[in-house]
Design a protein. Structure first.
Length: 168
């Protein structure tokens, strides 16, 4: 068995996990700046809470790597997340106050949707490979990302976008 070639779907899953690891670590660097720039206290608190959740998600990816016998998830750069974070930085440079908050929610939701797609794909591949514990851990993060997206939608629709409209 040791001489058999690696299953290509397993190799793809490992690649996806490395991409997610990079993405989550990029988010950890971006969220403090977003929280600092948020004028709405609820939005600031949401960004701060998601920062802590993201740190736990990185620890969960480390747990998955250990479960799968992957020595290191570092070394890959998630270009997709890099681009989404760059878009968020542009919003922070171009707008301020309530409109900035609305723009940051939009940028954060793009990030969440990227993560939802990536974690869903990885979970499906883990399931197909019979990696039940890995699939369960990925589903846990997928559920968290979905809740964060819903929370951001509620905050946008009920508070932040309304305030941005009033600022105009």
């Amino acid at each position: 068995m040791a001489n058999e070639p690696e299953n290509p779907l397993h190799e793809l899953l490992v690649d996806q996990l490395k991409d997610l690891y990079s993405a989550e670590n990029q988010i950890i660097k971006a969220l403090p700046k977003m929280a600092k720039n948020a004028s709405n206290p609820e939005l600031r608190a949401a960004f701060e809470a998601h920062l802590e959740e993201t740190r736990r998600q990185v620890a969960r990816l480390d747990q998955i790597a250990e479960e799968m016998g992957i020595r290191n998830l570092k070394g890959k750069k998630c270009a997709g997340m890099e681009g989404l974070i760059e878009e968020g930085k542009e919003v922070m440079q171009e707008f301020d106050d309530d409109v900035l908050d609305a723009g940051m929610i939009g940028a954060a939701q793009k990030v969440e949707h990227y993560e939802i797609a990536a974690y869903g794909t990885a979970r499906t591949h883990a399931t197909l490979l019979g990696l039940k514990k890995v699939a369960r851990l990925l589903q846990q993060t997928l559920d968290e990302e979905g809740r964060t997206d819903k929370k951001l939608t509620q905050l946008a629709e009920n508070v932040v976008n309304v305030e941005a409209l009033q600022e105009a």
